[in-house]
Design a binder for this molecule. Structure first.
Ligand code: CMC
Length: 397
């Protein structure tokens, strides 16, 4: 087979699809959803309205939005069998693994598959947007030995999630900030988890398998898992004085500084700028206590990294300040990535729907680097696998 283009590790710069959902200008730090700037959406929209925009391509009218919200509200509860299944999960397990298992389990309960039926698409969208936050909150309560609490119909999407998580009605400002965080994380072109969702979708499997595979991909520390790693890193740094030596050490050891760098952005991620403002607002409100120097350490770290790595285009990405905001909102560290998933479900579903509209199964090619005509060696004749490799190298043409 002839190779159409050169091999690029990580498919850097290789277009994998055509999409009208979102747009990133990595040189100028611009992100748009369906043409609308992210700053505008974070300021004026709500997460549910943004999800509608991403999935259906237009802003909803007030009637359309009210109906969409009502449908989501109606589907927030979990079947008792899903709750029973969750009770069997080990409390030491990572919440992302629990979420992946729960998302896949939905496919067992809603097994009808009618991908060419708009009503089926709508029902799956609603069900996933509605139930994923309930699953995250339920696992949090169950692993502490408590029963999950039921969603409250008088609370909107974000306030209800914080309520189910903490068992307390959240402060309206906290709920608004959390909702804006969801908007900022809802979509970001063809990142690893979205690509994973699209590959799965292209096989025409059910939407629950699509979301489960995307959740698994988001969990890694090079992707959504970075926000959790950022807080662990700030803890390890411990004080503003330790920032510069920490950066020097990372550069010397060639280790990545979490929350920095991006395949597409070569300037500061616009979402990081908005999240930094939110983090600053929250830290200013509660005071920069001696034992809570995270924001000051983060600002010093951004400065130190800029001094040493700006020439490589290494600046804060979305995960750098999001953990600080979640921390101030009282969200446990290992729930930062599940919270990212709650938001990104909107983008994954938008790409699922777009993929189905003009589907062709993903089946890229490869460049074979192995050997040919290697003889099969009977088991009693084999030595160590190292010897076999040496032998294979000898017979290679
Ligand atoms: N700290 C120090 N150096 C870095 C960093 C970093 N965080 N990121 C990239 N570099 C350097 C890297 O060492 C390499 O230098 P050189 O050319 O001298 O070898 C150069 O920049 C290019 O790096 P790369 O790893 O080839 O870039 P990539 O596009 O393959 O990876 C990335 C992008 C986001 C995986 C990477 O920047 C990284 O690992 N960052 C830390 C983890 C992180 O914050 N992830 C969240 C990503 S944004 C949100 C999301 O996707 O969920």
């Amino acid at each position: 087979m002839t190779i159409a283009c050169e091999y690029r590790p990580g498919l850097e710069g290789v277009p994998a699809t055509q999409s009208s959902i979102s747009y990133v200008d990595g040189q100028n730090g611009i992100l748009e959803y369906r043409g609308i700037n992210i700053e505008e959406l974070a300021k004026h929209s709500s997460f549910i309205e943004t999800a509608y925009l991403l999935i259906w391509g237009v802003l909803p009218t007030s009637d359309e939005l009210a109906e969409f919200k009502h449908e989501i509200q109606f589907h927030r509860r979990l079947k008792y069998r899903i709750r029973d299944m969750m009770k069997c999960f080990p409390e030491s397990g990572h919440p992302m693994d629990a979420l992946q298992a729960c998302a896949a389990a939905l496919g067992l309960f809603y097994s009808r598959r009618a991908l060419d039926d708009p009503a089926y698409i709508r029902a799956a969208v609603v069900r996933l947007l509605a139930k994923i936050p309930t699953m995250v909150a339920a696992f949090q309560l169950m692993r502490k030995g408590n029963d999950p609490i039921q969603p409250r119909d008088d609370l909107d999407y974000s306030a209800n999630f914080l309520y189910m998580l903490t068992e307390q009605e959240p402060d309206p400002i906290a709920a608004r900030i959390f909702d804006a965080c969801l908007i900022l994380h809802a979509e970001h072109t063809i990142n690893a988890s979205t690509f994973s969702a699209m590959v799965t979708a292209s096989t025409l499997t059910d939407p629950y398998a699509v979301i489960a595979s995307a959740v698994g991909t988001l969990a890694g520390p090079l992707h959504g898992g970075a926000s959790e790693e950022v807080i662990l890193m700030l803890e390890e740094i411990g004080s503003v004085e330790n920032v510069v030596p920490y950066v020097e050490r990372c550069i010397e050891r060639k280790s990545k500084i979490m929350g920095f760098g991006h395949r597409v952005y070569k300037v500061k991620d616009p979402r990081a700028t908005i999240l930094q403002q939110m983090a600053q607002e929250l830290f200013d409100k509660s005071g920069h206590a001696e034992q809570d120097q995270y924001y000051d350490i983060a600002v010093a770290l951004e400065k130190a990294v800029a001094e040493r790595l700006a020439h490589k285009g290494i600046y804060p990405n979305v995960d750098f300040y999001s953990g600080l905001v979640y921390r101030k909102l009282g969200i446990p560290t290992d729930l930062y990535t599940p919270v990212f998933a709650i938001a990104r479900v909107a983008g994954w579903l938008a790409h699922w729907k777009e993929q189905l509209e003009e589907n062709r199964i993903f089946r890229p090619t490869q460049i074979f680097t192995g050997t040919h005509n290697v003889p099969y060696v009977a088991i009693d004749k084999r030595r160590s696998s190292q010897d076999i490799q040496l032998y294979a190298d000898l017979v290679a043409p």
